[in-house]
Design a protein around this ligand. Sequence first.
Ligand code: GLA
Length: 380
Amino acid sequence: MLSRTPPMGFNTWNTFAENINADLIKETADKMVELGLVDAGYKYLVIDDCWSKKERDPETGKIVPDENKFPEGMKAVSDYVHSKGLKFGMYSCAGTRTCADYPGSYGHEFLDARTFAEYGADFLKYDYCYKPHTADGVKLYRKMGMALKACGREILFSACNWGNDEVSKWIRSAGAHMYRSTGDIFDSFESMRDIAMSQIENLAYSAPGCFNDIDMLTCGMYGKGHVGFGEDIDRKQFDIDYKTEFSLWCMFSSPLMIGCDIRSISDETLKLLKNKTLIRINQDEESRPAFVGSRLEKSTPTFVKHLSNGEFAVLFTNMGEERNGRCALYFDEIGIPADSGYGLRLVDAITGEDIGVKKEFFMIELEKHDSRMFIGRLEK
Ligand code: GLA
């Protein structure tokens, strides 16, 4: 099964947008191996928008790679990516043009799926710009779902209609393996927080085979790149924000697509993205939705997620702008009444610190934007 657990990899868009080329892809592939990201599970290397020429080939009708960016064509890039033990991802759009105004697949779905198969693609992100008004969006995703099935290669279908048309209700039936459910992320705490918080009601739609994608990670961008805000101190994110971002993505079973420049990734980001416990929470085979356990203040929700081995992931967050925020977990609210005699042994997912068995309630203070993930075990 493709997408038994949330897909993991890298996507060019957040940092590079149109500034992509074969060397960047190869260097990124090399680094993903060298830094142990592939071993940690990040398997897909996805080229987003802006890879093709502005028009299709007039004779064959095919989309063609821009020879200035990919002089040896796409198959050569894909072969290189595969030779490194990675999987290769491509991008197209359900409308007539892509969001950055390159040819879209509307009316060419089966031909394009075959072209991606010829490239050796293992993944297709499928966007939603320039959809003709008369076209039915659901049918367009069904059509590409079928075209991928017919193309002769197993290709993971990554839908991206930003949550339109109540997508979570039908996208799994169209054959998608993951689907975007929000607009685009930007590298600011506000953008990241709003995207994550908007998806709480939607979490139950993620399950093996098809996952709610809350967008590519901005962890490690520090304001740089296409979706960054430069040196704007009030908007760029810091390590503490990225810890919260990655913890939420893991808690929410979202695909984990790295969006920073891996060739110059910081030690702190690398450590975070390779954290085995956080990845285990994200990749848990049952993919149970997290729920809000307690919410002492609006900005300090605490999330709980059942894990398949009988443990629980427990995430305390302070999404507020106050210096300190009080975060609580009332055990009665998550199904552990005091008269059961049970509490939770809590072990910090990042530091490994065992803080003992907590009963009835547990309260901590967190700095603004901070979070703390624990693994919990029922104990008397
Ligand atoms: C849309 C998508 C982004 C990215 C761009 C490319 O905005 O949501 O993730 O793929 O298009 O143009």
